[in-house]
Structures are given as structure tokens and as C-alpha cells.
Design a protein around this ligand. Structure first.
Ligand SMILES: [Mg+2]
Length: 304
């Protein structure tokens, strides 16, 4: 059900749903009940799903395969990752830049495909030095990579990162260290922090999609399970935000968040969002309003 008392007309008017994946439409390899119905009704209503993710360790082909394996058919055009957002901005700032990368081979390949030159080792030769150190989610990290990156950071080379997540929920119950944890390592070793972090909560991925399809804010909703990334990115982009309670954030977290960081809509699951779009929803509409007895459990209220 819809967990907060809110006019659903703006949500029904959304044309592009930007979907977080893990914790929102599936958990690990298990698709949530209602995900396929939700995607199906978007097609019937001529709406669009775009998958947005902070994970920069995989390329789009790997996501297409992963979703195919759980019953969702997609194409490259259906994705926007933090790696896409980083490259989109790097191209604006310095096309063809030289980069020292702490990232996976798929991220290295994507940078090269887009005209960037990867630097392999530490050098003091001004002609061969990188313009940027770029940090992604690197499941192939080595001590040598960390050491070289630290050397360049001490030399004041510009520092960018794909996303700030501390852990990645790759295995249920056993999250693994993600890019944000390495940002702390670099801060500890060199005092440096990145001047640009492309992924959520930066609204960069949302803005890329809006630019590409010429969308107005009211035509876009972000659906996700994390307040400090998914929901904050939507708030920062000025689009509609929808939180589902099937992942990280629970009602008490939303209740404890500052008003400006709360989602516009809260649903138990993607299935409830499907039911709303299908016109068969149970909502909090019978409650009287925000800020008093009108609230459902969790005392959710928002300002929109
Ligand atoms: Mg998630």
C-alpha cells in the first residue's frame, strides 16, 4: 500500500520511471513479486523504465545478461550507470584526458571507448602523467594500484569518483567494500577527497536521462530503496521520488530523515506502485492529512 497521504495524480502522470535495481526490483538474483507486472503496465501505458545504478564495476552488457536471467529483457538504451555519468561529465571538462584508473576492466574499456587514455604506472614525465585519478568500484583492486593512485593524489592530480557507496550488497547478508570505503582510504593516506562524484546522490544520472529525452521534472520519478542515494538524487534533480520498503530504508528511517530528504511517495513494494498505476491501489487517501492523526504508521509527512 501507499504509506503516506499524498495526491497520486502527479505520480500517475509520470512518463519515465528511473529504477534503482537491488532492493527495489530484485534482491540479488530473486525478482520481487510485482516487478514484471510493473514493467508490463509501463509498456501498456507507453511509459518507460530506465535502470539507474551507482555500481560502476559492471558494463551494460553484464546488466542486460543479469536482468535476462531473471526474466527482464532490456537493451543498452535502458541503462544509466555512474560510469556513464562520470564519462558524460569528463567529456564536457576534458575530452581525451589521460586517466589513472582504480576500477575494473569493464570500466577501463568504457573509458577507452570514449576516447580517454589510460595511464598504467607512476611517472614524473609531464607528457605521460594523468590529468585525472578516477576511482570506481574496483573488485580487481591491488595494493600497487592503491599506492600509485596515492602518489598521483599527493602530486595534486585532479580526483574524480564514480559513486560514494560504502558497501555493495553483492551477496545477501555479506556486503562487500565499495568505492566509498576506498574514498576513506585515500582521504586517510593523502588527505584528498574527490572534487566530483558522479553517482547518486548527485543528480547527474537523472539529468543525463532528462537531457537525452527532453524531459520535464514532472515527467520523471526515481524509484529506490535508499534515502541517502536514490531519494536524495531525486530531490537534488527536482523530480518525483518514490521509496519502496523492500531494501535498505524502513519507515522509521524515513520518519527520522530531515523533511527535505524524505520521499514524495512511500510504498511497501514495487507491486503496490504497479497496483496504483493499474488503478487498483490501496492508498492512504482515506486519512486526513500530514502532521497529525492522518498519518499511517511511521508518521511520514512530506512537503511537496
Ligand atoms: Mg538499492
Amino acid at each position: 500500500m501507499l504509506r503516506n497521504n499524498k495526491d497520486v495524480a502527479p505520480l500517475r502522470g509520470v512518463r519515465y520511471f528511473l529504477l534503482d535495481m537491488d532492493g527495489t526490483i530484485y534482491l540479488d538474483t530473486t525478482l520481487f513479486d510485482g516487478t514484471l507486472d510493473f514493467l508490463d503496465i509501463l509498456k501498456k501505458q507507453r511509459k518507460r523504465a530506465i535502470y539507474i545504478t551507482n555500481n560502476s564495476s559492471k558494463n551494460t552488457k553484464e546488466y542486460i545478461k543479469k536482468l535476462h536471467n531473471i526474466g527482464i529483457e532490456t537493451t543498452e538504451e535502458d541503462f544509466c550507470t555512474s560510469a556513464h555519468a562520470l564519462v558524460y561529465n569528463l567529456k564536457k571538462v576534458l575530452p581525451g584526458a589521460r586517466i589513472y584508473l582504480v576500477g575494473t576492466p569493464p570500466l577501463a574499456e568504457y573509458l577507452e571507448e570514449n576516447g580517454f587514455v589510460l595511464v598504467d604506472d607512476y611517472t614524473e614525465d609531464p607528457e605521460a602523467r594523468p590529468d585525472f585519478v578516477v576511482l570506481g568500484f574496483d573488485t580487481t583492486v591491488t595494493y600497487e594500484k592503491l599506492r600509485i593512485a596515492c602518489d598521483y593524489l599527493r602530486d595534486e592530480v585532479e580526483f574524480w569518483a564514480t559513486h560514494p557507496d560504502m558497501v555493495c550488497p553483492m551477496r545477501p547478508g555479506h556486503p562487500v567494500p565499495d568505492a566509498g570505503a576506498f574514498l576513506l582510504l585515500f582521504k586517510g593516506a593523502t588527505g584528498r577527497e574527490p572534487s566530483f562524484v558522479a553517482g547518486k546522490p548527485n543528480p547527474c544520472m537523472i539529468q543525463m536521462v532528462m537531457d537525452k529525452y527532453g524531459l520535464r521534472p514532472e515527467e520523471v520519478a526515481v524509484v529506490g530503496d535508499r534515502l541517502n542515494t536514490d531519494i536524495l538524487s531525486a530531490v537534488n534533480a527536482g523530480v518525483i521520488s518514490v521509496c519502496v520498503l523492500t531494501g535498505e530504508s524502513q519507515l522509521e528511517d524515513i520518519d527520522a530523515a530531515p523533511p527535505e530528504g524524505r520521499p514524495d511517495y512511500v510504498f511497501d513494494s514495487i507491486k503496490d506502485l504497479y497496483l496504483l498505476l493499474a488503478g487498483d491501489e490501496t492508498t492512504g487517501d482515506s486519512f486526513s492529512g500530514c502532521g497529525g492523526n492522518g498519518l499511517l504508521p511511521g508518521n511520514i509527512c512530506n512537503n511537496m
